[in-house]
Ligand binder design. Structure first.
Ligand code: ZN
Length: 291
């Protein structure tokens, strides 16, 4: 059966992973969604993606230095990939403040755990990616061929809560923080995750200018995409935008249904839903869903 889509941005939400949502995060998310989100086992999640003929990139995450909270462990997502290689891929979560250990963990993610990339949330991890202290980490990722994904712009988690759970939006601006490292590490491939509001134009300019920058369209209902984002995705950036749902924030069904109302050309739609991610993540024929 043909692969219908690759969801490039999926958060594990099982009993292990939600431990990362301590410190008021879970309550804030429930407030944001207007409902509590029940944990979903990774086996059930695999079945759901298999039934959709989709693959999913599971994102681990680690902001333990700044939050004290347990990470979504890299072993955990890697084990899910080993169990469900027909539907899952993984990005390791790296806490950049761990210094030498962060670099060792990035290497382990590639060489031992088989991760395709690394995930960062500068807003929660309180770091500017272009701080020279993190240069060795970006060089390591580039050397290992690990794609680095960075949360960009507004964070749903903490939105509307007094103090926003302490997360700081300044760290999530694309220029200069991501644009600088895209320039300084041209062998690094990075994904600026989500339509980058309130820096949408900056994000588009960065991706237009830096051929090693991709944008994932996750976390926003497509009916609210800014017109300029849609215009660039249709045309000049059609090879470098990626489908992502940000599940459990949005379901892939809702995302694709609203996206289809934007009437993209079929060839461009295929690129955004499947082909761009397939090329970026280096999927071999055998790794693509058999059904
Ligand atoms: Zn996300």
């Amino acid at each position: 059966m043909a692969l219908r889509a690759i969801d490039c941005h999926v958060h594990p939400w099982d009993a292990v992973s939600v431990q990362h949502m301590g410190g008021g995060r879970l309550a804030a998310m429930a407030g944001y969604f207007g409902r509590e989100l029940e944990p979903v086992s990774l086996d059930a999640l695999a079945d759901a993606y298999r039934a959709r003929d989709m693959m999913a990139v599971l994102l681990a995450t680690d902001d333990s230095t700044t939050s004290g909270l347990p990470p979504v462990p890299n072993e955990h997502v890697a084990a899910a990939v080993r169990k469900h290689p027909d539907v899952f891929m993984a990005f390791g979560g790296i806490d950049p403040w761990k210094g030498r250990l962060a670099i060792d963990e990035a290497r382990r993610c590639r060489e031992v755990l088989g991760c395709k990339g690394l995930k960062f949330n500068p807003g929660r991890q309180h770091f500017f990616p272009n701080d020279p202290r993190f240069g060795p980490l970006w060089q390591t990722a580039a050397d290992l061929g690990l794609v680095c994904l960075f949360h960009t712009g507004l964070m749903g988690n903490g939105a509307g809560v007094r103090g926003g759970l302490g997360f700081k939006l300044k760290y999530t601006a694309p220029i200069p923080y991501l644009d600088d490292i895209a320039a300084d590490f041209p062998d690094l491939t990075l994904i600026s995750a989500h339509p980058g509001w309130p820096w949408q134009e900056e994000q588009l300019a960065m991706a237009r200018h830096k051929g090693n920058v991709y944008i994932d369209l996750s976390g926003w209902a497509p009916k609210y995409f800014p017109p300029q984002l849609v215009q660039y995705a249709r045309t000049i950036l059609q090879d470098r935008v990626l489908f992502g749902s940000d599940w459990p924030v949005l379901t892939p069904e809702r995302w694709i249904e609203e996206f289809d109302r934007l009437d993209f050309d079929p060839e461009v739609r295929q690129k955004i839903l499947v082909d761009n991610a397939r090329a970026l993540l280096g999927l071999q024929a055998g790794e693509v869903s058999a059904g």
